[in-house]
Design a binder for this molecule. Structure first.
Ligand code: NOJ
Length: 726
């Protein structure tokens, strides 16, 4: 392969080399009576619906820059999701360009292509690496049939800040969990051979530390101590790279003052040298050009030079490379070897995908047959069921089969809101709402909007004939995701008013929440007899919700993100560093005056229709590892799945350590009455940390191990470990 790359490079002109670095996004040129900007404004003002806007966009005429493609000035496209168009452009690339180099098609397939599964934050609550891998395999098969070669996923940005809208796109606040999630996704997307058409290159993002944007405001700065970066933020990216991810996307943000897009230390030293990454890197959208706005490049030409020197191979849609790289090399500012390296990295990926031999990996027929296959829907439903977290249940759930239901709140009926962020290909019609699922199952139900409930004279009368009220509340899909940071994590005022009235109806209320982030909803447990956290569950939303509410499925999901009382606490997370004055009842301790110190729902928390007890925590030391084991018993009368979590703490160290850190977990089935011993084999390496001189140390001495069903409620055992090698 290296020989082939070399011989191609020898034959390429500078223009053709620069062309390979260019990822182009089609622009919209017409087909509207009104111009594009006005259309956006109309959607913004609510004069056309989001659905109508989507429909117009997908039927609009687009400019694929074909003359540039023919001239060898485009190496990749972003955002095309149509096998016919993909093949038409690929045909131009392989038959009409001088060297016939195939194109690479990239797309954001974060949680499903057309068969959308729960948002990543939701799916992470399944704590199930097999499931994560299976849903990624399914996405690759479906997106592959649509012509996609590379997905801009997984996003493994650890995020501890609910204000940040993109918390929805990752696996929550814990580094270990994000690493497990990311590795499973990489395996699933890339399959066993990239030459198979049902695989995609995984592009791990956003490297690095994007989840730590100051004050949770998107695109903001990131300032992290080296220890924090290495212990809490880098591990998931590293795990994905070591698992074989073939692409990496530097983040928009700066890291301690140097934007990741031009960060030589990050992209050359950490990524390529330390982690031995030999895949391709691609900037985030327009990020190279934005280095000018950052104030770190004089102009776009300077930005192009800096990004390429830092090791960014492909330019996502900013045109900085296509406009400046040739001159930069001709003028001797950029060594041609640097350019060759970047081109080589891209050609290698195209070869690994087998595109030189088989540039057409799909066709319209295959696309049609693959999209939304029934077995995909079944997987999406299973994923949604495993992702939902039962937060409260006074005993009203599971519901009786024959009960009459009042569906309140518009979210119970809006299909298009079920898919969540980054579900570009999925339309509302693909999704099953709660109302749809009720109708299909012939459940007796009626729907009520927030306004109807708020304005009615008597809620008692309105809901007289019902056994239960389902209140659908939370966020719409565009309230989380990119550029959707919020300073208020409470429910919308109209939803709050509705819930206040429902609480006075005399009927039991079950709240189902849809959201892309933890919400501050401490009051909800006083208003509802049960609360189901559904996230944005994907195409099978309504079916999965009813399966849980009616007890066909026993809920097992556990939170991967802490639920605060109020936004003012954010960031709030379980693995916080110890202080000299831990929160207590006395005044001068580390706490807020106006909210309790314990979160509303802690990391790892989630209920089931059964209950589990933990006993007999045992620790045994081996040479290189520690064995932690515990007995877990299902003490209820239904079968269930328990997520058993193992945490540790280093009580005296060279640097102040977190109060608790997740070190392993097991998801295990337990039938009613069953008891089993769950065993964790923990390599001592995992107990290490970086000392003040940035040396990785695994100290001998005392450790605490905690095992339980959530981060707040664990059995604990102290032990002295010796024989640890540094
Ligand atoms: C910007 C986002 O930050 C990134 O996650 C995404 O992959 C690109 N746009 C492409 O859509």
């Amino acid at each position: 392969m290296e020989k082939k790359i070399k011989s191609l490079l020898d034959r390429m002109t500078l223009e053709e080399k620069a062309g390979q670095l260019q990822q182009c996004g089609p622009s919209i040129v017409g087909a509207f009576d009104v111009d594009f900007e006005e259309l956006v404004n109309m959607a913004y003002d609510g004069r056309i619906s989001g659905e109508e806007f989507q429909r117009l966009m997908s039927t609009a005429e687009q400019d694929y820059h074909e003359s540039e493609l023919r001239a060898g000035r485009i190496g990749s496209y972003n955002g095309i999701s149509d096998a016919k168009i993909v093949n038409r452009l690929q045909k131009i690339a392989v038959e009409e360009t001088r060297l016939g180099i195939p194109l690479l098609f990239g797309y954001d397939v974060l949680h499903g292509y057309r068969t959308v599964t729960p948002i990543p934050l939701g799916e992470s609550c399944a704590w199930d690496p097999d499931l994560w891998e299976r849903t990624a395999r399914m996405s690759a098969e479906e997106a592959g049939a649509g012509g996609i070669h590379m997905t801009f996923a997984p996003m493994v940005d650890v995020s501890k800040d609910a204000r940040w809208g993109r918390i929805s796109e990752g696996a929550g606040e814990d580094a270990y969990l994000n690493a497990k999630y990311g590795v499973a996704k990489v395996k699933g997307f890339q399959g066993s051979s990239l030459k198979e058409p049902d695989t995609m290159i995984a592009c791990v993002k956003h490297f690095a530390g994007y989840g730590a944007v100051e004050s949770g405001r998107d695109y903001n700065r990131v300032d992290l101590s080296p220890q924090k970066l290495y212990e809490e933020y880098l591990p998931p990216y590293e795990a994905c790279v070591r698992a074989g991810a073939r692409a990496v996307m530097p983040a928009f943000n700066d890291l301690d003052g140097v934007p990741c897009t031009i960060n030589q230390w990050l992209l050359r030293k950490v990524l390529r040298e330390d982690w031995q990454f030999d895949g391709m890197t691609i900037s985030d959208a327009n990020a190279i050009a934005e280095c000018v706005e950052h104030g770190i490049a004089a102009d776009r030409r300077d930005a192009a030079a800096k990004a390429l020197l830092a090791g960014v191979d492909m330019d996502m849609t900013s045109d900085c490379y296509s406009q400046h790289v040739v001159h930069l090399v001709e003028e001797g500012i950029l060594p041609e070897e640097v350019l060759d390296q970047a081109v080589g990295n891209i050609l290698r990926i195209k070869m690994e995908l087998g595109l030189f031999e088989h540039p057409f990996r799909t066709d319209e027929e295959k696309e049609k047959k693959t999209i939304l296959k029934p077995e995909f829907r079944a997987t999406a439903r299973k994923a949604a069921e495993e992702s939902m977290v039962l937060l409260e249940n006074s005993g009203i759930l599971p519901l009786r089969t024959e009960c009459r239901i009042a569906l309140s709140g518009e979210l119970a009926g809006i299909r298009s809101e079920m898919s969540g962020t980054w579900a570009i290909k999925c339309s509302g019609e693909d999704c099953v709402s709660i109302a749809d699922a009720c109708a299909q199952r012939r459940i007796e139900y009626e729907t009520y909007t927030e306004e109807e409930i708020i304005r009615c004279d008597s809620v008692e009368e309105l809901f007289q004939g019902y056994d239960v009220i389902l209140a659908a509340v939370g966020e719409k899909k565009n309230q989380s995701g990119e550029a959707a940071s919020r300073t208020d994590l409470a429910l919308a005022p109209i939803q709050k008013k509705m819930l206040e009235r429902l609480a006075k109806s005399g009927r039991p209320v079950v709240a189902v929440i849809f959201n892309g982030r933890p919400l501050a909803i401490p009051e909800l447990k006083g208003q509802a007899q049960a609360i189901l956290e559904a996230w944005h569950p994907g195409v099978e939303a309504g079916n999965a919700i009813l399966n849980i509410l009616f007890g066909t499925v026993n809920p097992s999901g556990k939170l991967t993100t802490t639920f605060p009382h109020a936004v003012g606490e954010c960031p709030v997370y379980y693995d916080h560093i110890r202080t000299g004055r831990p929160a207590g009842r006395s005044k001068f301790t580390s706490k807020y005056l106006d909210v309790p110190s314990e979160p509303v729902y802690p990391f790892g928390y989630g209920l089931s229709y059964t209950a589990y007890t933990y006993s007999d925590l045992e620790i045994a030391e081996r040479k290189e590892s520690v064995t932690v084991s515990v007995k877990v018993k299902n003490v209820g009368d239904v079968d269930g799945m328990e997520i058993v979590q193992c945490y540790f703490h280093d009580p005296v160290a060279l640097r102040v350590r977190p109060v608790k850190k997740l070190i392993d977990f097991v998801k295990t089935p337990l039938s009613a009455g069953e008891e089993k011993r769950v065993v964790f084999e923990i390599p001592k390496e995992k107990l290490g940390y970086y000392d003040p001189q940035m040396r990785f140390v695994v100290e001998a001495g005392e450790y605490e191990f905690f095992v339980g069903g959530n981060s707040s409620d664990c059995l604990v055992c102290r032990t002295n470990l010796c024989g640890l090698s540094n």
